[in-house]
Design a protein around this ligand. Structure first.
Ligand code: HEC
Ligand code: HEC
Length: 343
């Protein structure tokens, strides 16, 4: 006899898995047919798992006094040793929260060894930096502040410098009971960073049910993005930022590119485990059309190339031109708004 608590449930689950598997196989087989990219139409039903992605929340409330203080500090060049560089020098809101360069330039013209990621929506990433070496935004700041090629300073130098500024002393004592100190400076900047989120993208309107918010080609692009398996890595509210993956999972990215540097080792630099070599935190794809050049090495400024590189090295395949175009079109729907308009 089959009983509800055990075997029946398991058989049900098995049937469901087999059905889902067959369905996905059928779709992927369809996509595989490079000659017929138009086989997928707008109304082709693809079950959107809520695990794939969610819209950016619209109404997160922040302590505006802290946000204002954080914004001021973020733009204050006195955080650098020679008063030339602020956080905003390398994270420019109007450039999608990046600096648009392959490598950033810090104090004394120092060139960094890795591409600057966007700070937009960074609060949704599960760790900070390409290799995830900082657990949160507060810890992340120790990096640029002390880095000899970024700000070349230290918290004690910053504290000493800003202590002469009556404005900060007064503003901090209003907002923080324990006044002007490093932990509160970090808290203010991190609060500002948490406010740098970009809701209201066309894609989010689509996720919320407005099918007309994106075009037919963009919608097909989103479906292909799932069917090809991009969303196995780029998922969650940021379409990225919630796992580490190997760059060159299916093909030898670094061998083909050449000139391997220490920055290319990724998580290996933190854990020193061979199995972590070339692993990076999967980057967010929110606002990706605005954050060129792409990849930790700033390899290409063309989104189209980035998609093809991903197909080759992460999925081990070439994808037909029409599919790559559709995916690029979909990626453009991820441009969001900061405080109601384009950042
Ligand atoms: C000279 C350029 C430069 C300056 C100045 C700079 N950054 Fe960055 N920022 C970078 C680069 C490059 C990275 C990536 C480094 C890495 O992953 O190893 C980065 C990474 C980050 C990240 C992680 C984002 C993510 O997705 O992982 C945050 C957050 C951030 N910076 C905030 C700040 C703040 C706050 C300041 C000021 C205190 C600052 N940055 C100053 C270049 C800069
Ligand atoms: C196996 C996991 C995985 C899969 C599958 C995957 N990606 Fe990625 N993606 C990554 C990782 C890891 C990076 C960062 C690599 C680096 O910088 O070296 C990345 C980077 C990117 C970037 C550059 C983002 C930036 O800001 O620099 C884009 C664009 C991108 N992926 C799109 C896609 C698309 C489109 C697909 C499907 C065709 C896809 N990815 C499939 C893991 C994956």
């Amino acid at each position: 006899m089959l009983r509800w608590d055990g075997s029946l449930q398991r058989i049900g689950l098995l049937l469901l898995l087999v059905a889902t598997g067959a369905y996905l196989w059928w779709n992927i087989a369809m996509v595989d047919d490079g000659e017929e990219p138009a086989a997928l139409r707008r109304d082709t039903f693809i079950p959107l798992s809520m695990a794939v992605t969610q819209p950016i929340p619209k109404n997160i409330q922040f302590d505006t006094a802290k946000v204002d203080l954080g914004r001021e500090l973020f733009n204050d060049v006195r955080l650098s040793v020679d008063d030339t560089i602020s956080c905003a020098s390398c994270h420019v809101l109007s450039k999608g929260g990046t600096d648009g360069m392959v490598h950033s330039i810090g104090v004394n013209g120092g060139e960094g060894g890795i591409n600057a990621p966007t700070i937009l929506n960074s609060a949704f990433n599960f760790t900070q930096f390409w290799d995830g070496r900082a657990a949160n935004l507060e810890d992340q700041m120790d990096g640029p502040v002390n880095h000899p090629k970024e700000m070349g300073s230290s918290w004690s130098k910053i504290l000493a410098k800003l202590h002469d500024d009556k404005h900060y002393l007064e503003a901090f004592s209003k907002v923080y009971p324990d006044g002007f100190m490093v932990a509160n400076i970090k808290d203010a900047i991190a609060t500002y960073e948490r406010s740098l989120i970009t809701p209201n993208s066309r894609f989010d309107s689509y996720l919320r049910g407005d099918q007309q918010a994106i075009s037919e080609q963009e919608e097909i692009g989103f479906k292909k993005f799932q069917l090809y398996g991009c969303s196995t890595c780029h998922q969650g509210v940021n379409l990225g930022g919630n796992m580490y993956e190997r760059m060159g999972l299916m093909d030898d990215y670094f061998g083909d590119r050449g000139n391997i540097t220490e920055a290319d080792y990724g998580r290996y630099n933190i854990t020193h485990k061979e199995s972590d070599r070339y692993y990076f935190r999967v980057p967010s794809l929110r606002n990706v059309a605005r954050t060129a050049p792409y990849f930790h090495d700033g390899r290409t400024a063309r989104l189209r190339d980035a998609v093809e590189i991903m197909a080759k090295y992460q999925l081990g395949r070439e994808i037909p031109r029409a599919d790559a175009d559709a995916i690029v079109a979909f990626l453009h729907t991820l441009d969001g708004e900061y405080e109601g308009s384009e950042p």
